[in-house]
Design a protein around this ligand. Structure first.
Ligand code: ATP
Ligand code: MG
Length: 407
């Protein structure tokens, strides 16, 4: 399998290929190609359902150039005026693009910008919209935030909803066909249902489960962890990577429902997508490795150390605040990295094997290779025998959970 992420590889190139939200799609393309009453449109709705993709697909179909500005470009009034003003004025970039119908300006994820402190940004965007001669498209997940009010008043609002499950199933099936991986219908249904209508998550899950498989069966995806409806891993990653400071990233982390190990691995996977500069990437990994060290020490119930884990995790995603460029996050952690045990897991394993070694008079190594596999089988069955063994070996709850869950 190649290394390309499927969300990129199978990103729709044309409007027709974007699945779901037919009304919203029609309403958007109508606005774009007919005489526009409002100069700007605001596409809003949950993450991963094709808002940004649709803008690029429509630009492709109707031959527009996309001039994109995102969170890091447009925090201040000055920055907005500097970047957007030339793009929307009469002497716009159109002059350089005879082949196209002209430019359109995409302000992607505006709620992300104004959720944080806004230094005149909203006012500047309102002005840009009022004076614009080219179509302006804004996207957002949440339009209920106070700061967006002035924009809502002057934009044509188009709501996007979660994509219906059967459409996602069909889409996943097409990907499997293209990848030459036969898939059971039920397997695709489970993945689609679990995505809760978020196409990006569904494709990411599919890729994770197809990795190193020649065929995808229902049983392979049976135990997929249920996605959280609240602050899910995607929200957490997006929030942490786009935060302005480590303090802001920490706030997001505090509200996340994701377990620390998954988060640590996910940040690990995504750092190279975020930091293109090798020096910054090295600093970020350094911070992450410190987080991992403290995570390992917590295993001995030293929860006061958690604040250091948080601090280093938050640092690792905000080495270069203000330089955030949206990208397609990798999650859940790729299998490759799951195979690499976190130091937390190694510490736990060592504790268990030491206990076994002491009781059974064998080395840690023998405990690991010859005793542990049987213990795991016993513990997975939740028998009386398991609880007696746990008592005998004086295993704590995290060790017991580890034995229950790992294969
Ligand atoms: N409706 C869709 N049809 C086909 N593919 C989709 C659709 N929605 C999302 N995808 C896939 O998911 C990826 C992410 O989609 P996109 O970036 O457009 O989501 P979004 O709605 O803009 O999310 P966000 O609010 O997080 O910016 C795309 O690259 C594409 O592979
Ligand atoms: Mg988007």
């Amino acid at each position: 399998m190649d290394n390309l992420m499927w969300v990129e590889k199978y990103r729709p190139k044309t409007v027709a290929e974007v699945i779901g939200n037919e009304d919203a799609k029609a309403s958007f393309t109508n606005w774009l190609i007919k005489k526009r009453r409002e100069k700007a449109v605001l596409l809003y709705g949950p993450a991963g359902i094709g808002k940004s993709t649709l803008v690029y697909a429509a630009a492709h179909d109707f031959k527009y150039n996309v001039v994109e500005m995102n969170a890091s470009d447009i925090r201040t009034r000055k920055a907005i005026m500097k970047m957007a003003a030339p793009a929307v004025s009469l002497s716009s970039l159109d002059e350089f693009s005879f082949e196209t119908k002209g430019n359109l300006l995409l302000l992607d994820e505006v709620d992300g910008i104004f959720g944080q402190q806004d230094r005149g940004g909203v006012g500047a965007i309102v002005k840009i919209i009022q004076n614009s001669r080219i179509p302006i498209i804004l996207t957002a997940n949440n339009i209920e935030i106070q700061k967006l009010r002035p924009l809502k008043k002057i934009c044509h609002l188009i709501r996007f909803r979660r994509v219906r499950i059967p459409l996602i199933v069909a889409f996943l099936r097409r990907i499997c066909q293209a990848e030459n991986i036969p898939a059971e219908k039920e397997a695709l249904e489970i993945l689609a249902q679990n995505s809760l209508g978020d196409v990006r998550s569904a494709i990411n899950d599919l890729q994770t489960f197809c990795e190193s498989r020649k065929i995808l069966r229902k049983d392979d995806v049976q135990f997929i962890p249920l996605r959280n409806r609240g602050f899910n891993i995607y929200d957490t990653l997006k929030g942490m990577f786009s935060a302005n400071s480590s303090v802001e990233a920490m706030k997001i982390l505090n509200n996340s429902l994701i377990d620390y190990d998954t988060l640590l691995l996910s940040i690990h996977d995504n750092l190279p997508l975020h930091y293109k500069n090798p020096e910054k990437l090295a600093i970020a990994y350094e911070a992450l490795s410190k987080a991992d060290v403290f995570r390992g020490r917590i295993q001995n119930e030293e929860w006061r150390l958690l604040k250091y884990v948080f601090e280093f995790l938050s640092q690792s995603t905000t080495i270069a605040p203000g330089e955030f460029q949206p990208f397609n996050f990798i999650f859940p952690p790729t299998k490759r990295y799951l195979l690499m045990r976190t130091s937390a897991e190694r510490t736990l394993l060592k504790t268990i094997c030491t206990r076994i070694g002491a009781k059974c008079h064998v080395s840690q190594k023998t405990a690991n290779s010859e005793y542990l596999p049987f213990l795991k089988i016993i513990f997975r069955k939740k028998s009386d025998q398991a609880s007696q063994l746990a008592k005998w070996l004086r295993l704590d709850n995290s060790s017991i959970n580890y034995l229950k869950k790992t294969n």
